[in-house]
Design a protein around this ligand. Structure first.
Ligand code: GTP
Length: 347
C-alpha cells in the first residue's frame, strides 16, 4: 500500500545564487530549537568543499557532495541517490532532509529525483523548493549578458521555487528591494515572497509546505501522471543526455590550500585591497583559515565587494587548515595563489 504524504520524510531543496545566504539559512535552521532530526546534504560548485566546515556543529548529519554538480553530472546524481537511500535505511527516522544545491545549480533536476527512484519516491515527499535571493546582488546576475538567456541559473532558481526569500534586506535600499521584488514576481507569479536579514525567517514559512500542486506538475513533466493543466516551463529530464544543460563555462573556480597559519594583519590588509578592486567578475569567495596564535577558526566570505574575514568558532578536534575557493570569471590562479601565500605567517 502506498504511504500517505504525512508518513513520508519531507525534503526541502534549498537553492539560490552564489552567496545569497543558503548556508546562513541552514545554520539558522539547525540552531533553532525545533526538536526535529534534520539531515543536510550539501552540493558545492568548485574544486574544494568548504560549506561543510561553515555549517554549525558539523556532525554526522551533514553530507558533503563535491564530485560535481547534482543538476548536470550523472555521477553526482547517483551520489545523491546513494546518500538519500542510506538516510532512509537508518533505524532512527529523520524528520526532514534539506538539500543545499550549489549556487550555480538548476534545482529542477534535483527536485525531480524525488519522483523517479524507488524507494526514494515511496519514502520521501518533496516539501518545497526554497530560493534565497540576494537583494543587493541578484539583478546583475539576472541581467548577466554573458549567459544564454535560456540557461541562466539565477533565473531558473527563482522560476522553480515554491517560496522565495529576499535576503540581505539590511544592505539594500527600499528602492532596490522593491525592484528585486518586482523582478522576482515577474519570473514567478505564484511563489510567496518573504523578506529577511541574515535568513532569519519564521521556519513555518519554509518548512512543512508540502507543495502539492507543484509536485503533481513535476510528476506529470516526467510522465508519471497525466498532466492536468498547462504549465509555463518544461525542463528536460536530467537523465536525457541530448537535453542536458551545461553551466556557463566562463564561470570557473580556483581552489587554494596552504600549509601553516595565516597572519591576521596581512589577511586584513588583503581584504581591504580586494574591496578596493573591481569585483564585478569575482562572484564568490569563501575560505577557512588557521590564524597564528589564535584558537579560533577564521572564515572569509566574499560576495563581490562585500567581503568579511572573522573568527567563526574555536578549533575543536579537527585538523587546522587553510583552504579557500574563488568563483567567478577570468580568475588568475597564479596571482591569487601568490597573493594569498604572502599572507602566511612566518614560522
Ligand atoms: N549583510 C548581510 N550579509 C548576509 C546576509 N545573509 C548572509 N550574509 C553573508 O553573505 C555571505 C554569504 O552567505 P552564505 O550563507 O554563505 O551564502 P550561500 O548562498 O551559502 O553561498 P554559496 O554556498 O557560495 O552559494 C556570508 O558572508 C554571510 O554572512 C544578510 O541578510 N545580510
Amino acid at each position: 500500500m502506498q504511504k500517505s504524504v504525512k508518513d513520508k520524510i519531507p525534503v526541502t531543496v534549498l537553492t539560490g545564487f552564489l552567496g545569497s545566504g543558503k548556508t546562513t539559512l541552514l545554520n539558522y535552521i539547525l540552531k533553532e530549537n525545533h526538536g526535529m532530526k534534520i539531515a543536510v546534504i550539501e552540493n558545492e560548485f568548485g574544486e574544494i568543499g568548504i560549506d561543510g566546515d561553515l555549517v554549525v556543529g558539523s556532525t554526522e548529519e551533514i553530507f558533503e557532495m563535491t564530485n560535481g554538480c547534482v543538476c548536470c553530472v550523472a555521477e553526482a546524481r547517483d551520489d545523491l541517490l546513494r546518500v538519500i537511500r542510506q538516510l532512509l535505511e537508518r533505524p532512527d527516522r529523520l524528520d526532514h532532509i534539506i538539500i543545499e544545491t550549489s549556487g550555480l545549480a538548476d534545482p529542477y533536476p534535483v527536485a525531480q529525483t524525488f519522483f523517479l527512484d524507488d524507494p526514494i519516491r515511496e519514502e520521501t515527499n518533496l516539501d518545497g523548493v526554497i530560493a534565497l535571493v540576494d537583494a543587493k546582488h541578484i539583478l546583475r546576475h539576472l541581467d548577466d549578458g554573458k549567459v544564454d538567456a535560456f540557461d541562466n541559473q539565477a533565473v531558473d532558481q527563482i522560476v522553480c521555487a515554491d517560496r522565495i526569500v529576499i535576503n540581505k534586506i539590511d544592505i539594500a535600499t527600499e528602492d532596490e528591494i522593491a525592484e528585486v521584488t518586482a523582478r522576482v514576481q515577474q519570473l514567478n507569479e505564484t511563489a510567496e515572497i518573504v523578506r529577511s536579514s541574515f535568513a532569519q525567517i519564521d521556519l513555518g514559512k519554509i518548512l512543512g509546505l508540502a507543495a502539492f500542486d507543484r509536485n503533481r506538475k513535476m510528476a506529470a513533466d516526467i510522465g508519471l501522471d497525466p498532466p492536468d493543466h498547462d504549465h509555463a516551463h518544461h525542463h528536460p529530464a536530467p537523465w536525457d543526455k541530448d537535453a542536458s544543460h551545461t553551466h556557463d563555462a566562463s564561470v570557473t573556480s580556483v581552489g587554494i590550500e596552504l600549509p601553516g597559519h595565516m597572519d591576521a594583519t596581512a589577511m586584513a590588509r588583503w581584504v581591504q585591497e580586494l574591496k578596493g578592486q573591481d569585483t564585478a567578475d569575482l562572484f564568490r569567495m569563501k575560505g577557512i583559515f588557521s590564524v597564528k596564535d589564535d584558537d579560533y577558526c577564521y572564515v572569509l566570505h566574499g560576495v563581490h565587494s562585500e567581503i568579511e574575514f572573522r573568527p567563526n568558532h574555536p578549533w575543536a578536534d579537527e585538523i587546522r587548515c587553510n583552504k579557500m575557493i574563488f568563483i567567478g570569471r577570468n580568475l588568475d590562479r597564479a596571482a591569487l595563489q601568490a597573493r594569498l601565500a604572502e599572507c602566511v605567517a612566518a614560522a
